[in-house]
Ligand binder design. Sequence first.
Ligand code: PLP
Length: 418
Amino acid sequence: MPTLTHCRDDFPILKRSVNDGTPLAFLDNAASTQRPRSVINAISECYEKYYANVHRGIHTLSEESTERYENSRKSVATFIGAKHDHEVIYTAGATAAINTVARSWGGQNLSSSDTVLLTIAEHHANIVPWQQLAAEIGFKIEYLPLQDDFQIETQTVREALERHQPKLFAFTAASNVLGTSFPVADWTKLAHQQGSTVLVDAAQAAPHQPLKVQTWDADFVVFSGHKVCGPTGIGVLHGKEDLLEQMPPFLGGGGMINRVSTEGFTTASLPDKFEAGTPPIAEAIALQAAVEYLSEIGLAEIDEHEKKLAKRAEDGLRQIEGVTVIGPQTGNKTGIVSFVLSHAHAHDVAHSLSGRGIAVRAGHHCTMPLHHALGLTATTRASFYLYNTLDEAELLIQSVADIQQKFAPQGRRRRHRN
Ligand SMILES: Cc1ncc(COP(=O)(O)O)c(C=O)c1O
């Protein structure tokens, strides 16, 4: 049974060094996490022992693959607290899941007089698909702004919902830049009171907190496998059964049909209706290994651990003159700390940190509207996960202090307030 205390040993990649011998401090987990041995083994076992295409073959390997593929769905349904296994649709990732909802539900339900409400903190994955559809259909997109303290109060959400009466409210459960978690169940309830359909982008929430989709009650919830220690190329769209039943398929092809004639086709039932073509078979099987690994360690423990590290990093960074943390000081947060330095561009900071073995991300993190609203072009983002250590948080603080000093103009150096 894996434990939080010993989990670093489960991740082979964390043993490697960079820059000819510097230990790796991997703080780029919000972009993509690393994989434990059990996930790596699940993929290689699949290809070595029983791989075949699923659902179609009447032979032993196909039956075994199909059984394991569908077992994965059951396991993921349990992981997110879904009512039915068939409400779990496998997609290529969170982006593909949102595009599926946009094209299928949006294409069927949105018209030119409608409004879609988003927050300004959305990832491009939850902006661009709506902009693409709006360009075709002509509906309006409104954005909930951030307050000065980087928060969005529930009262602001309530007022915006009353004012705009959106057909859809699509928001992120946790920001990939600010590190804030939003109260999903409360916002969903308010949206439903106004008759809005709700999509929750849980890409940054799934790695850290049980999704509890039934408690949230959102109509659609999406997340990606590679951010929960699973493989790339797979993500999850959870939809309420009745909505998914009413929606047309997004992609057409093999696997999603019941019958096809020269005149037309009838669709398969859920979940196949939304899984056209050969699905990500080994990826699904490895995703099961990933969610079981996280569940065995315990999401609550993981959350507590990374919050502790992020808090230490944030407190330390706030002490350095010329360093500004981009995110609220209080509230429900994840393991993400984004920051800017007064005299160094985010790319230079990330490059200098990389020289010390620290992997962070720099840029707009696919949130250009958020950065624009904050008057920034780029931030540096450190993101902690279960296998990170307090020493790595300390190394980050010290390294940023050194970089700030190196880039600060002469005469303003050596003012680290530690
Ligand atoms: C909040 C959020 N939503 C959506 C995505 C898109 O995920 P993917 O690239 O796995 O589709 C990301 C990825 O960084 C994200 O952070």
